[in-house]
Ligand binder design. Structure first.
Ligand SMILES: Cc1cc2nc3c(=O)[nH]c(=O)nc-3n(C[C@H](O)[C@H](O)[C@H](O)COP(=O)(O)OP(=O)(O)OC[C@H]3O[C@@H](n4cnc5c(N)ncnc54)[C@H](O)[C@@H]3O)c2cc1C
Ligand SMILES: *[C@@H]1O[C@H](CO)[C@@H](O)[C@H](O)[C@H]1NC(C)=O
Ligand SMILES: *[C@@H]1O[C@H](CO)[C@@H](O)[C@H](O)[C@H]1NC(C)=O
Ligand SMILES: *[C@@H]1O[C@H](CO)[C@@H](O)[C@H](O)[C@H]1NC(C)=O
Ligand SMILES: *[C@@H]1O[C@H](CO)[C@@H](O)[C@H](O)[C@H]1NC(C)=O
Ligand SMILES: *[C@@H]1O[C@H](CO)[C@@H](O)[C@H](O)[C@H]1NC(C)=O
Ligand SMILES: *[C@@H]1O[C@H](CO)[C@@H](O)[C@H](O)[C@H]1NC(C)=O
Length: 341
């Protein structure tokens, strides 16, 4: 992951050191001191606008900037920067680039891979980019990487629209949209990356660009699965889709019925031809108990008869019902396993 950045920054240093902006040195150690990350944190702090923050381990706001869904993905950074504008992020990445400091970029922190969004150097937390703007004229939504999907759906619900995003609570917009994105709407509209029309991107050299299929077709292609290898995304322009009430919910099973349930899953996946019907299954081993659940989803207020019979006919708790899209997404208790591993 970091290799491309390092190569890019090396080239950048060779090619364009004179193109860097005027950066004020504001600590006694001087700006170019690779071993003094703390001094570089201070340099960042006094070069960004008052909108953006720098936090240190003793600050109350520090922990949210480094925390992850799985604690095995968390590291303690020397400081965390929380940029609130693309311009400040550009200044930050230029300072990091010229000083060659290790850094990590975090949105929702749901990556299970240690080191993907964490660092012992400087943490960049995208939490301030929390915009959700529905544009009815062109049926698009501008979404910030710093949100979680349940918050996005909550803000779009009054307009009866949605985007092709996450299926359960807590998952971050940023990493999800840069990795692919399997959604409840994917059988109808494709992966999330297939529904992104434009990115606002801060490139490794600090340039802020709007990437679409006309302006930067190569970056537009690369960002569809490229995670953080091509820059830092500050806004996603996504297609909006109509969203009414849905049918579904969560069904809970014990290990006693595991064979019947596995057969039911195979039967459903083999036979289902209806793109509005989907399931998500979890096998959870926790504190010596083993539980299985199925979240069933149908993208209409009622499902055709028998759609989910293979599951409801096995002994279970919970029920399927008509509800809002948001409430279905909130149905799964995934936060139960927060901070594990
Ligand atoms: C409980 C749970 C449920 C999940 N459900 C689904 C699901 O239904 N469908 C699905 O497709 N996936 C699902 N996932 C996987 C999830 O999409 C990925 O883990 C995704 O990377 C999480 O994004 P994040 O922003 O929370 O992660 P982060 O850990 O913050 O980031 C992940 C990666 O993206 C990079 N990154 C993040 N933001 C930016 C940015 N703005 N610019 C550049 N790079 C950035 C990070 O550096 C890191 O490499 C689930 C994961 C969990 C833990
Ligand atoms: C940097 O500083 C120099 C000298 O003070 C000035 O001429 C130049 O315009 C500045 N450049 C930028 C990008 O601010
Ligand atoms: C900490 O974060 C909260 C919520 O984002 C914010 O209102 C507050 O100003 C922050 N505190 C500091 C000291 O930056
Ligand atoms: C990051 O965290 C992991 C897991 O806790 C640990 O093994 C590793 O040494 C840490 N790395 C840094 C650079 O702090
Ligand atoms: C959204 O749908 C509901 C239920 O059909 C309707 O009452 C409401 O007027 C709609 N809102 C908008 C903004 O279209
Ligand atoms: C910075 O990156 C942009 C986007 O890739 C590119 O167009 C521009 O030429 C680069 N600038 C420098 C000075 O390398
Ligand atoms: C480029 O994007 C525009 C606007 O989203 C779309 O209408 C057009 O079909 C796209 N062209 C290609 C070649 O993908």
């Amino acid at each position: 992951m970091k290799l491309l950045w390092i190569l890019y920054i090396k080239l950048l240093l060779l090619a364009s050191i004179n193109a860097l902006p005027n950066i004020t040195s504001c600590n006694s150690l001087g700006l170019i001191d690779k071993s003094k990350i703390l001094a570089i944190c201070e340099t960042i702090q006094c070069n960004v606008s008052p909108d953006s923050q720098v936090y240190y381990p003793l600050d109350l706001n520090y922990s949210s900037t480094i925390s992850h869904y799985a604690i095995s993905s968390t590291n303690f950074s020397v400081c965390s920067v929380v940029p609130c504008t693309a311009e400040d992020l550009s200044i930050i990445i230029k300072i990091i680039g010229v000083n060659r400091v290790p850094f990590g970029i975090k949105s929702g922190g749901h990556s299970l891979n240690p080191g993907f969004s964490s660092t012992g150097g400087i943490q960049i937390s995208m939490q301030c980019f929390s915009q959700v703007n529905y544009n009815p004229n062109d049926e698009t939504v501008d979404v910030g990487p710093g949100l979680v999907w349940d918050d996005v759906y909550k803000q779009l619900q009054p307009y009866n629209v949605t985007v092709v995003g996450g299926r359960v609570v807590g998952v971050g917009v940023g990493g999800f949209l840069l990795g692919g994105g399997y959604s409840w709407k994917s059988n109808q509209y494709g992966l999330s990356i297939d529904t992104i029309l434009e990115y606002e991107l801060v490139t490794p050299n600090g340039t802020i660009v709007n990437v679409n299929n006309q302006t930067y077709p190569d970056l537009y292609f690369g960002l569809k699965g490229g995670l953080n290898n091509f820059g830092i995304v500050t806004n996603f322009k996504m297609r909006a889709f109509p969203q009414g009430q849905v049918y579904g919910g969560i069904l809970l099973y014990t290990v006693v019925v595991i064979n019947d349930l596995v057969n039911a899953i195979v039967t459903f996946q083999t036979n289902n031809q209806d793109p509005k019907a989907q399931i998500l299954c979890d096998f959870t081993s926790l504190a010596n108990s083993f539980d299985i659940n199925i979240i069933a989803f149908y993208d209409a207020p009622t499902a055709p008869p028998n759609t989910f019979d293979v599951f409801t006919s096995i002994l279970h708790e919970g029920q399927l019902e008509t509800q809002s899209y948001l409430s279905l997404v909130q149905a799964s208790p995934v936060s139960f396993t927060n901070n594990m591993r």
